[in-house]
Design a protein around this ligand. Structure first.
Ligand SMILES: Cc1ncc(C[n+]2csc(CCOP(=O)(O)OP(=O)(O)O)c2C)c(N)n1
Length: 290
C-alpha cells in the first residue's frame, strides 16, 4: 500500500500536546504529537507505566484529547484487546485501538502481553517508543539499550550485549505489518501510522524516540540525534508489509562516530567498538571493505 503524507496538509488541531509535563524535547511526546495528526479523534490508546503514561495525564489533566487508559506495566496490548472486543460487541468499527509502550513496556516487562496479542492477531497496533532505557525510573538498562551505552545500573564500561532485535521478533509473529520509524522523519512516521491504522489485524511500529537526559545530549537536540541515528545507518527506516520488506530511506551514511561520541552515554565506548559498529553498518549497506 502506498501512503504519502503531505506535511503542509495536516490538521491544525492538536490531539496530543497542550501543556504536557514531559521534559523539554521528549522524543516520546514528539512521537505522540506526530502520530495523533494522522490517527485522529476516533482513537483509543492504552499506555503502560512509563514516561508517556506519566506525561499523558495526572489528576484531572490529560494530554491526550482522546480516551487514554494508563494500564499496569505488563498489559497494555491485553487491555487494548479487551477494548477492541467491547467495541466489536457494540458494533463500533471506526475506532483505532492502539497500545503504546516504552522499550521496557514493550520488549521486557510488557513483552508477554505484546506477543500474546500479536499471536492472536488482534485488530489493533502496538507502538514501542524507544528511548533505549527505563527512563521513568531513572535510566536503567533495558533490552533495547545499545551496546556500550552507559545506564544508571550497568557496569562501569557500559552494557556489553547487543540490543535485542524487536523488529525481527515481531516479524516472526507473521503479522501483516511491522515498521521501524524515527521522530526525525515525520512524514515517514505518519505514513506508517496511517498504514497500521487502516489495516485489519495486528501491526507493530517501533519508533526511535531519544531522551536527552538518558542519552546525555542537549534537550533541543533529540530530533537531531534521531536523525543522526538514521543517517549513520545504525537505525534503519523500513517496513515489512505482508512479508515484503522495503527500506524507506537511503541514509547518507555519515560515520557512526558522529552519532555516538557526542552522547555522554557513549563516553566509555572504545575505538575498537566504534569500528565494530561501523563494520556492521558497512555490511548492512553493502559497503564491505570501504
Ligand atoms: C511491574 C512493574 N515493575 C516496575 C514498575 C516501575 N516502573 C514504572 S515506569 C518504569 C520504566 C518504564 O520504562 P520504559 O517502558 O522503557 O518507558 P520510559 O519510562 O523509558 O519512557 C518502571 C520500571 C512498575 N510500575 N510496574
Amino acid at each position: 500500500m502506498n501512503v504519502k503524507i503531505n506535511l503542509d496538509q495536516l490538521p491544525k488541531e492538536e490531539l496530543f500536546g497542550q501543556g504536557n509535563v514531559g521534559c523539554k524535547g521528549c522524543g516520546g511526546a514528539i512521537a505522540g504529537r506526530q502520530a495523533m495528526k494522522v490517527l485522529g479523534e476516533r482513537t483509543i490508546i492504552t499506555i503502560p507505566a512509563s514516561c508517556m503514561a506519566t506525561l499523558g495525564g495526572n489528576n484531572r489533566h490529560t494530554t491526550w484529547k482522546i480516551p487514554f487508559y494508563h494500564t499496569l506495566f505488563e498489559c497494555a496490548p491485553a487491555i487494548s484487546s479487551g477494548i477492541r472486543a467491547a467495541l466489536e460487541a457494540q458494533g463500533i468499527k471506526d475506532v483505532n485501538v492502539v497500545s503504546w509502550g516504552g522499550d521496557a513496556g514493550s520488549a521486557d516487562i510488557g513483552f508477554q502481553s505484546l506477543t500474546g496479542a500479536a499471536e492472536r492477531n488482534e485488530d489493533l497496533f502496538h507502538v514501542c517508543y524507544d528511548n533505549e532505557m527505563y527512563m521513568n525510573t531513572g535510566g536503567q538498562t533495558s533490552s533495547q539499550t545499545p551496546y556500550s551505552a552507559l545506564t544508571t545500573n550497568c557496569t562501569v564500561n557500559g552494557k556489553k550485549t547487543n540490543k535485542k532485535n524487536m523488529l525481527k521478533i515481531m516479524e516472526a509473529h507473521d503479522i501483516g505489518y511491522v515498521a521501524c520509524a524515527s521522530i526525525a522523519y515525520p512524514a515517514d512516521l505518519m505514513a506508517k501510522f496511517k498504514k497500521a491504522s487502516s489495516r485489519k489485524g495486528f501491526s507493530y511500529i517501533h519508533v526511535l524516540a531519544p531522551c536527552f537526559k538518558g542519552w546525555g545530549i542537549p534537550s533541543d537536540q533529540t530530533v537531531e540525534f534521531a536523525r543522526k541515528a538514521v543517517e549513520s545507518g545504525l537505525w534503519e527506516l523500513f517496513e515489512v508489509e505482508d512479508g515484503v520488506r522495503t527500506r524507506n530511506y537511503e541514509p547518507k551514511l555519515i560515520p557512526v562516530k558522529e552519532y555516538l561520541t557526542p552522547q555522554k552515554r557513549f563516553s566509555k565506548i572504545t575505538a575498537q567498538e566504534i569500528e565494530d559498529l561501523q563494520q556492521q553498518v558497512n555490511t548492512r549497506y553493502g559497503k564491505v571493505g570501504k
